[in-house]
Write a protein that binds this ligand. Structure first.
Ligand code: PAP
Length: 333
């Protein structure tokens, strides 16, 4: 079944009038409903708020996607550093395929090179054939761990989760949607109201705390399978994390490669400044729906201070203390 495209990052949700009247349609009617801060309809499924249009492709991913042991699945709450992680993992595994000056990242947006399961592949087709993609296949998803199919959770495939301070995530996500003006008829809420909804966990892929905790607990249980990264840590020491990611994926750098400066070259290639200023990311778009430039806004830690009050920060801090208290998951605010 061919479906309307839902490219990436919680989707360019065009309209849902073409949702076929089948069992998924019927299931949708039974689920609790809410509105995302940007006006898109949400439904609650397995404890998480999902956008209505991506619901169908999420269920298709659950049903049909079969991970291979050599797959790497990049997972994240939206606006937590996925684009950066895509660029890094793609460069690491392909470093012997392309020289740095011929790397496809110079002419393609990272989201084109590393497709999203639910917002790209399973949005275009109900059951796409992914067999032709050479190993190691790298895919991304914003799906919470509990919603991921057993085929991702159980075999040897690797999961890399990246998260980020919820305050910066909230601001980043707000700018992204406003810039792309997605959902023509949707009326976004004012900042205060939108923030209030975010704090209640009503946000696409939310609540953010359950999203993070699912992967955090899986990482604690099996660190060989789930690598847990924080955007802020990568900002602080990218060299260390490129090595760590490479080792985790089973592609460690040799001493020779390190001496040749390959890690620094990958760090530079994938840096915010480099990617943002490439022609493809300045003027290109993702299938005519999302501007590539909108994936490269400021790339800063703590940008929330320009938009949110200390009281708002305190509210998030309290939420994190109550949800994460004692589990070891900490964000400096
Ligand atoms: P997605 O969920 O839509 O894929 P994602 O890439 O996770 O988005 O997050 C986008 C954020 O990462 C943006 O943050 P900002 O709005 O606070 O600026 C974007 O600027 C930042 N970003 C993108 N690429 C990089 C990079 N190479 N290095 C650091 N930050 C980056």
């Amino acid at each position: 079944m061919e479906k309307k495209e839902d490219p990436n990052c919680n989707s360019a949700e065009v309209d849902n009038n073409n949702t076929p009247k089948d069992e998924i349609h019927e299931l949708l009617q039974t689920l609790e409903q809410q509105t995302n801060w940007d006006g898109r309809p949400l439904v609650k499924y397995d404890g998480f708020w999902l956008t209505v249009l991506s619901f169908r492709s999420i269920l298709s991913t659950q049903k049909y996607f079969k991970a291979k042991d050599s797959d790497v699945i990049l997972t994240s709450f939206p606006k937590s550093g996925t684009t950066w992680l895509k660029a890094l993992t793609f460069s690491i595994v392909n470093r012997n395929v392309y020289t740095i000056d011929q790397n496809p990242l110079l002419t393609c947006n990272p989201h084109t090179l590393v497709p999203s399961l639910e917002h790209h592949l399973y949005s275009l087709q109900e059951n796409p054939n992914l067999q032709h993609i050479p190993s190691p296949r790298i895919f991304s998803t914003h799906m919470p761990l509990s919603i991921l199919h057993d085929s991702i959770r159980d075999p040897e495939c690797k999961i890399i989760y990246i998260c980020r301070s919820p305050l910066d995530v909230f601001i980043s996500s707000r700018h992204f949607w406003l810039e792309n003006k997605i959902g023509k008829d949707a009326v976004p809420l004012e900042l205060d109201e939108a923030f209030d909804r975010f704090c209640q966990g009503i946000h696409s892929s939310g609540p953010f705390w359950d999203h993070m905790l699912g992967y955090w607990n899986a990482h604690l249980k099996n660190p060989e399978k789930v690598l847990f990264l924080k955007y802020e840590d990568l900002k602080q020491d990218i060299t260390f994390y490129i090595k760590k990611i490479a080792e985790f994926m089973g592609y460690p750098f040799t001493e020779e490669e390190e001496k040749q400066g390959l890690i620094d070259e990958i760090a530079k290639l994938c840096s915010f400044e480099n990617l943002k200023n490439l022609e493809v990311n300045k003027n290109g778009d993702i299938r005519g729906v999302l501007k590539n430039s909108s994936f490269f806004r400021k790339g800063k830690v703590g940008d929330w201070t320009n938009y949110l009050t200390p009281d708002m920060a305190e509210r998030i801090k309290k939420i994190m203390e109550s949800k994460f208290g004692g589990c070891g998951l900490i964000f400096k605010i």
